[in-house]
Design a protein around this ligand. Structure first.
Ligand code: KG4
Ligand code: ZN
Length: 335
């Protein structure tokens, strides 16, 4: 089964072709990051308009890459949510329009299930069951995964997501959007011993997270440095380092607890923040210690992409799931 996957939930137009026998056949991404950068964040209306411009050419591009014609497609999968409603509508209407024209099945999939299963696209994918740490711009969750569609939420953020915290800290540090990679880069120059930021909600049992207090702590630290006339480049790097250490340490502590609680030996990390090198290194060290293993997607499949949507779509479509033709789904908030 050859499945076209379409991702348009936020600021990346992602398209891919996944074949249930051959695996990933082609993928292409158009990132709108540069367009939104001057506004310091994603502007929803601009995002939808740009998806409209980019999507059809990108679909043609993956078909060309694969040397396939659209008539060879067996089904189409698209991100139905959660995300920006206008952006989702572009992918949903294109998918439904094509499916109707080609008379093939179409299915809306959950964006976070895409992230969750993105490591399945790698050469040595994790076997079920596993614990997944989902860390993106909109979500921070720990999930026990028994199989496709068999997910149990172990814990999640009660306020900001980890990626959101990175983006906000970046703004305070005068760095551009998206902030995660920039904070990580600046943190490399920082002294880990200068500041110690709190590890929120680690002093009590449980697997939930909270990152909004760290944001306030970062702001207060920067203000104090400024008042003291000490806010130079080194101080900014030291703050970035303390911030990153606090987020990473908090995530590691909760992952350790989740592995203990479930007794599982496989930890999967996915979502944009799973691209963070320090987080990867710490989690790998942690799983090594307990003869467990950490899995993560290659860099470009950590952030939004069409491949993960094509993959999840292919699994669910082969199991017979599909949308009713013409009833497209665009679900901005989808638990
Ligand atoms: O999964 P994703 O591409 O989009 C959402 O579904 O949200 O995640 C984007 C988030 C952004 O908040 C970005 O700052 C963060 O992932 N991010 C990082 C890194 N790369 C991306 N955060 C920390 N370190 C990184 N290297
Ligand atoms: Zn995402």
């Amino acid at each position: 089964m050859l499945v076209l996957g379409i991702e348009t939930s936020c600021d990346e137009t992602g398209v891919a072709l996944y074949d249930t026998e051959r695996g990933l056949v082609a993928d292409a991404l158009y990132s709108q990051v540069a367009m939104h950068a001057e506004y310091g964040g994603v502007v929803p209306e601009l995002a939808s308009r740009d998806h409209t411009r980019r999507l059809l050419p990108l679909i043609q591009q993956v078909l060309d890459q694969a040397g396939a014609s659209r008539t060879e497609l067996d089904a189409i999968a698209y991100t139905a949510g959660p995300g920006l409603v206008g952006a989702l509508m572009v992918g949903a209407s294109t998918a439904h329009g094509m499916a109707r024209a080609l008379a093939i099945p179409v299915l809306g999939v959950h964006h976070m299930e895409g992230h969750l299963l993105a490591p399945m696209l790698e050469t040595s994918p994790p076997a079920f069951p596993f614990v997944a740490l989902l860390v993106s711009g909109g979500h921070t969750q720990l999930v026990e995964v028994q199989g496709l569609g068999d997910y149990r939420l172990l814990g999640e953020s009660v306020d900001d997501a980890a990626g959101e915290a990175f983006d906000k800290a970046a703004k305070m540090l005068g760095l551009s959007y998206p902030g995660g990679p920039q904070v990580a880069k600046l943190a490399e120059l920082g002294d880990p011993g200068r500041f110690r930021f709190p590890r929120p909600m680690t002093d009590r049992p449980g697997l939930d997270f909270s990152f909004s207090g760290l944001k306030t702590h970062t702001l207060t630290t920067l203000k104090r440095l400024e008042q003291d006339g000490a806010l130079d480049d080194q101080a900014r790097a030291d703050v970035a380092r303390a911030f990153e250490e606090a987020v990473v340490d908090t995530l590691v502590i909760k992952c350790r607890r989740a592995l203990d609680a479930t007794g599982l030996k496989r930890l999967v990390m996915a979502g944009g923040v799973s691209a963070n090198a320090r987080l990867r290194e710490r989690l790998e060290r942690e799983t090594d210690k307990r003869s467990a293993r950490t899995y993560y997607p290659r860099g470009r499949f950590c952030t939004d992409n069409g491949a993960m949507i094509a993959y999840v779509g292919a699994q669910r479509l082969s199991a017979g799931e599909r949308d009713e033709i013409g009833i497209m789904k665009a679900v901005p908030r989808w638990p």
